[in-house]
Design a protein around this ligand. Structure first.
Ligand code: PMV
Length: 310
């Protein structure tokens, strides 16, 4: 039984989404985590995940290891007893710890492959909630946006603890993703923002409200085909993220380079302090922006089209 799941980027509203404000996220379909589950002749559940250097039997992994925790949670919830003998092979083309959702994608693909192997289908909502439990191990206090966009594999408008709304993309547009090459633990950036917010909640609530307004305006722009309007909104969102202290010199260098090369707007994406930035490609195409990011030292450049699926 095989299953796969896409990567993702956050277009608007990271950090504010942790505080109940709206955020927009889209799948990145050219990268995937893939999981194959097969019956095994060896007793036990054997996990082979070369990208994260895991090759072990389930019970030899610490119980809070994300892969072990996911399998235990799922089998417990589905009352699987005794555990079947399985061989699980996990690969991923999504760079690890780079803000592209690699952890959530593995969780979603693994959940679906195991349920397929057990012939116990789950709803998308259930898959997303199993993946969310594992996001907590990765990130501490995640908003749930990563597992949601990856499970549904659609552009989403996301507010924590509310039903997920799918975004309509009236006209496709192109985003260029530049990876700084600096792995940035989301957990640390989220904790730093929490310290700021706890010290001066009124001040930072105004910033989060500003981000919420930008997410709403961005949704209107996407749904009415005025995607060029996203550029200035991205720039404004980035300015608020700078105030939150989650940018970095490397992100700033890539963002400046993309704007100089004609990007209609650019911002950091995800937790920040490293990780990724994104730029909105102009109507004549993404290549000049991608080349400028390469020249400015991006460790990886990915061009992705955001479009309506189905
Ligand atoms: O670093 P990423 O791409 O996983 O994004 C984190 C987004 C935050 O809003 C900073 C945290 C969250 O859980 O939503």
């Amino acid at each position: 039984m095989k299953a796969s799941a896409v990567g993702k980027i956050i277009l608007f509203g990271e950090h504010a989404v942790v505080y109940g404000r709206a955020a927009l996220a889209v799948p990145v379909t050219q990268m995937r985590a893939q999981v194959e589950v097969l019956p095994s002749s060896r007793p036990g559940i054997w996990i082979d995940a070369p990208d994260v250097k895991v090759s072990a039997e389930l019970n030899t992994l610490p119980s809070d290891h994300p892969l072990a925790a996911l399998i235990h949670n799922l089998f417990f919830a589905l009352a699987v007893d005794p555990f079947p003998d399985l061989s699980i092979h996990i690969t991923s083309s999504i760079p690890v710890a780079s803000g592209l959702g690699s952890g959530a994608a593995v969780s979603v693909a693994l959940t679906r492959a195991l349920c397929g192997a057990l012939a116990r289908p789950l709803t998308d909502e259930q898959v997303s909630s199993y993946a969310f439990e594992i996001e907590k191990l990765h990130h501490g206090t995640p908003s749930g946006i990563d597992n949601a966009v990856i499970t549904y594999d659609r552009p989403i408008y996301y507010v924590k603890d509310r039903p997920i709304e799918m975004l309509r993309v009236a006209e496709p547009f192109t985003i260029v993703i530049g990876y700084t090459g600096i792995p940035a633990p989301t957990r640390d950036a989220v904790a730093a923002v929490r310290r700021l917010w706890e010290a001066q909640p009124d001040e930072w609530n105004v910033v989060f409200d500003g981000m919420q307004t930008l997410s709403q305006l961005a949704r209107e722009a996407m749904e009415s085909g005025r995607w060029r309007h996203l550029g200035p909104l991205m720039n404004e969102n980035h300015a608020l993220l700078q105030r939150l202290t989650v940018s970095s010199p490397e992100l700033e260098r890539l963002i400046a380079a993309s704007r100089e090369a004609g990007a209609l707007g650019a911002k950091l994406s995800g937790g920040g302090r490293g990780g990724n930035m994104i730029a909105l490609a102009p109507g004549n195409g993404p290549q000049a922006v991608a080349d400028a990011l390469d020249a400015a030292g991006a460790a990886r450049v990915i061009i992705t089209e955001v479009r309506q699926q189905d």
